[in-house]
Design a protein around this ligand. Sequence first.
Ligand code: ARG
Length: 460
Amino acid sequence: MAQLWGGRFTKQTDQMVYDFNASITFDKRLFHQDVTGSLAHVEMLAKQGILTQSEKDLIVEGLKGIVADVDAGKLVITTEYEDVHSFVEANLIDRIGDAGKKLHTGRSRNDQVALDMRLYTRERVKETDGLLKDLMEVILKVMEENLETYMPGFTHLQKAQPVTLAHHYGAYFEMFKRDRQRMKDIYKRMNYCPLGAGALAGTTYPLDRDFTAKLLEFDGPTLNSMDSVSDRDYLIEFLSALSTVMMHLSRFSEEIIIWNSNEYQFVEIDDAYSTGSSIMPQKKNPDIAELVRGKTGRVYGALMSLLTTMKGIPLAYNKDMQEDKEMAFDAMDTVSNCLVLFTGMISTMKFRKDRMAESAMKGFTNATDLADYLVTKGVPFRDAHGIVGRIVLDCLSKGCSIEDLSLAELKEFSTCFAEDVYDAISLKTCVEKRTTTGAPGPVSMKAQIEAGKAYLANEN
Ligand code: ARG
């Protein structure tokens, strides 16, 4: 039991209490951030004359030595220490003696952990943004290659109107674009440095908080010391944004699972991203898509967990806040893995364009266009809707599509039909005539793709 605070105690901590209280098993992942924060802290202490230059040099050298040894596997972070902060400080004192005892001058573990967690989260926000960009690049490539790959668009999972694969993927492009905007927004709001807030009320040392903030590449120091040590809003925002990313990935996964089914056969997932069955030799299952869909639950769980942890905490720091880590780390790892795997899966997935077009031809996806055709011949839309409804009913009884009916048969429903009707309701026309902004027609889609390219080129 290596603790930083034995002085006022007369008894050893009970072992179970020690274990229950300790955070080293999970906060050791903040090791590099912890040292980075300490390096900035001592730099500032020396500048302010709180440490001598030589004390600072000793500490800096000691800290760098610890990092080198940990990175080389020569020094292992073990449960002998209560938390990562104790590990670093104890090792520093072992290495450089009394000067090491000055590292914690003008600092508390409360502002220290607040800083470590922010530094760590800031990196993960950037990483997530980059992974989203990689995914969007794959999506955009599929869009460019599939401007004329027809497929049914669905509402209620019932065939509705024809769209293209480019258009369908374009919807996800927009979703992930918003996810990236959220990352940038969170980053901007969280990028203030809590170091120097002390335990809760600042310190009496003449710290230069602007200086440490600058050294650590923050936009400035946080403005209230009590808020600085007890704010986890940025983490809640990040978990919320990650939950939204997972919701998007989960919807996409669900579609791929459906498209990959025997009944649809719109896509074929690459062997490298599929798994088999231990009993049924014929099976090739979309496990990766299913796992992405399934793991959405644990990311939502992390968000709910932290919101609930924070809701009853009086100012300022309370130990409850140590609970911000495990599930948040799990959520961050989960989302990163899901983004990498999902991107790999969709960049290797093959499309069965024949199956998609065939499916788009069936199921009366051109019924709206038939009604619109009648409108061009002067029939009011509501009447046209009724006429087409009766035609669909007739086709259902005959087991055919609208375009299978002869002109004579169509004229029984309305005399407005003419030979040009067949072209007006062909799959190609149905899609091509949709030229409004955001629609699936190639004219609109080309504009969407150009906007997508410009976005990816400008947003790093
Ligand atoms: N392990 C603690 C956490 O994660 C570090 C801060 C401890 N502060 C304290 N006063 N006990 O929140």
